[in-house]
Design a binder for this molecule. Structure first.
Ligand code: GSH
Length: 211
């Protein structure tokens, strides 16, 4: 089975990239050109002109959470997801979906308000509102990481890979990630995990670099 992951350096696609490294999967990484996401070639693998996309012998998957779950289930060893039906599984799903559906859009609106609004003043107001919303999300994440090395249990799960990507993004926000002691401690620990280090190196990003 061949697999190709389409991503952008440091983007949400870095979460499945970390997972592929962690699971030792055989895959190809295509780092896209941001200016070419809207071309017919890229739209064929991601009709929303985004990353990540996973192309497999079975077909195409988009949406980071779907890709993460597919990779972990395919591995079948259960290391990155608590067992089906367990309370921990429910908690992990909640945290992962919270990150993808609440925190991620707040960052996206802050980063590219021009995607939604033409007027410069309106863009400024949207950016400010999105930054506040991101901070609300980070406060929740900060609480979840109180006294913990990982979001769930005693080792890395899928949720941690997304949380790490967002912790890097948060370095650009006000207040930055460094002002959330639990998230910053977590991010520094994650940056020491060999699979995370390999993914960052392959994407040419660091923890203190701009996403
Ligand atoms: N819901 C999608 C969101 C994907 C998304 O927003 N991707 C961003 C990177 S983190 C992207 O492709 N941005 C490129 C752009 O908007 O130009 C998912 O979770 O996969």
């Amino acid at each position: 089975m061949t697999m190709t992951l389409y991503g952008l350096p440091g983007a949400c696609s870095m979460a499945p990239h970390i997972v592929m490294e962690e699971l030792g999967l055989d895959y190809e990484l295509v780092l896209c050109d941001r200016d070419k996401l809207n071309t017919p070639e890229h739209l064929a693998v991601n009709p929303m002109a985004q990353v990540p996309s996973l192309v497999t012998d079975d077909g195409l998957l988009t949406e980071s959470v779907a890709i993460l779950i597919h990779l972990a289930e395919k591995d079948g060893k259960g290391g990155l997801m608590p067992p089906p039906g367990s309370w921990e599984r429910g908690q992990m799903m909640m945290r992962m979906l919270f990150l993808a559906s609440q925190e991620h859009p707040a960052f996206g609106l802050w980063l590219r308000p021009f995607r939604w609004l033409d007027d410069g003043d309106e863009q400024g107001r949207l950016k400010a509102a999105a930054e506040k919303r991101f901070a609300v999300c980070f406060q929740r994440l900060e609480g979840w990481l109180e006294g913990r090395d990982w979001l769930i249990g005693d080792h890395m799960t899928l949720a941690d890979t997304l949380a790490f990507v967002h912790a890097r993004w948060g370095l650009r926000m006000d207040p930055p990630t460094t002002e959330y002691p639990n998230i910053w401690r977590f991010a520094k620990n994650m940056a020491e995990v060999p699979s995370v280090q390999r993914a960052m190196e392959q994407e040419g990003v660091r923890l203190n670099a701009d996403p």
